[in-house]
Design a protein around this ligand. Structure first.
Ligand SMILES: [Mg+2]
Length: 157
C-alpha cells in the first residue's frame, strides 16, 4: 500500500529520462526536507534541476502541508512555481488542487516528497506515480543528537 514507485536520495537525482520513461508530464513537489532543509536553505542544484524539468515541458507545482503562507509563497516565487499550501496530505484535497493547476490527469503526474505517510500515501490515494526522496536534514538531525549528547557528557564532567 505504502510502497513508493521509485526512490531517490535527492530530488535532483531524478533524471528527465526517468520521468519521460514513466510518461510523467507534471510534478507535484513537497517543500520541507524535499526542496529545502531544516534551516530553510534550498537544496544544492535545485534551481538548475527545475529549469531542466521545465525545459523538457514537464510542469511543476508545490503542494506542502506548511501553513506558513509567506514562507511558501517566497520559495514558490524564488523557484518560479505555482503552489498549494495547507495541503493536509495525505488528504487528497490540496494535491487535487495542485493537479488542477497543472491541468493534467493523475496518471501523468508524479508526487515527490520525503515522507511515506504524507507524500507517498496521498500519491497512492490519487493514483499518481509516487517518488520518495530521503529527507534532506536527516544527517543534520543525527549530527545534532550526537552533538547534544557530547555536550551533555562534557557538561557533566
Ligand atoms: Mg517533507
Amino acid at each position: 500500500m505504502l510502497k513508493p514507485d521509485a526512490q531517490f536520495k535527492r530530488i535532483t537525482d531524478i533524471s528527465i529520462e526517468f520521468l519521460q520513461k514513466h510518461n510523467i508530464e507534471g510534478l507535484i513537489l513537497d517543500l520541507d526536507n524535499t526542496l529545502i532543509d531544516y534551516d530553510g536553505n534550498l537544496l544544492d542544484g535545485v534551481k538548475e534541476w527545475i529549469k531542466k524539468v521545465k525545459d523538457a515541458q514537464i510542469k511543476i507545482a508545490i503542494a506542502t502541508n506548511s501553513i506558513n503562507t509567506e514562507k511558501v509563497e517566497g520559495y514558490a516565487k524564488t523557484l518560479g512555481l505555482v503552489f498549494v499550501h495547507k495541503s493536509f496530505k495525505p488528504i487528497k484535497r490540496g494535491v487535487k488542487k495542485a493537479a488542477k493547476k497543472l491541468n493534467l490527469p493523475p496518471n501523468r503526474i508524479a508526487e515527490i516528497g520525503d515522507q511515506l505517510f504524507t507524500d507517498v500515501w496521498v500519491a497512492k490515494r490519487m493514483n499518481m506515480f509516487s517518488i520518495l526522496t530521503e529527507p534532506i536534514s536527516t544527517d543534520r538531525f543525527k549530527i545534532d543528537i550526537i552533538k547534544r549528547r557530547l555536550e551533555k557528557w562534557v557538561l557533566s564532567r
